[in-house]
Design a binder for this molecule. Structure first.
Ligand code: THU
Length: 130
C-alpha cells in the first residue's frame, strides 16, 4: 500500500464528483485485502439529504465486486482551502469500520499524505452482536 499513490488516485477521481450544490468535490479510493482498488465520488441531489459521500460510493463498488475487507482508504477534496485537512465524516467512519478498514489516508496540511488508523478516528465503533 502506497499512501501517496492512493491519495493521488483519490484526487484524480474527485474531478468526477457530482457536487453542484456544495461545490466540494471529493474522491475516495479503497484498497481491499488482495490489493484491488475501487474508487468513488460524492453524488449530491437537489433534495439535499439524498446525496452521499465519496467513501460510500467507493465502499459500494468494493462490496458489489464481492470484497468484504478493506485495508486502507484515501480521501481527497480538491476544493478544500489550502492547508485545511478533510477527514471522513462520522457516518463514513462507521461504514468503513463495517469492513474492517485499518488505515485512513488524507492530505497533510502542507501537502503530502498523512496516515491515520480508523481505530483512532472512530474509537469503539458499533458492531452488532450475534
Ligand atoms: N463529503 C464526502 O464525500 N465525504 C466526507 O467524508 C465528507 C463530506 C461530501 C458530501 C457532500 O457532497 C460534500 O462533501 C459537502 O458536505
Amino acid at each position: 500500500m502506497n499512501p501517496d499513490e492512493l491519495l493521488a488516485q483519490a484526487r484524480e477521481v474527485a474531478k468526477r464528483a457530482y457536487a453542484p450544490y456544495s461545490g466540494f468535490r471529493v474522491g475516495a479510493v479503497v484498497e481491499t485485502d488482495d490489493g484491488s482498488r475501487f474508487s468513488g465520488v460524492n453524488v449530491e441531489n437537489s433534495s439535499y439529504p439524498e446525496g452521499w459521500c465519496a467513501e460510500t460510493s467507493a465502499l459500494a463498488a468494493a462490496a458489489t465486486a464481492g470484497y468484504r475487507t478493506i485495508r486502507a482508504v484515501a480521501v481527497a477534496c480538491i476544493d478544500a482551502k489550502d492547508g485545511t485537512q478533510t477527514f471522513p465524516c462520522g457516518g463514513c467512519r462507521q461504514r468503513l469500520y463495517e469492513f474492517g478498514t485499518d488505515l485512513v489516508i488524507v492530505p497533510g496540511p502542507e501537502g503530502g499524505s498523512e496516515v491515520y488508523r480508523l481505530d483512532d478516528l472512530l474509537p469503539h465503533g458499533f458492531k452488532l452482536q450475534s
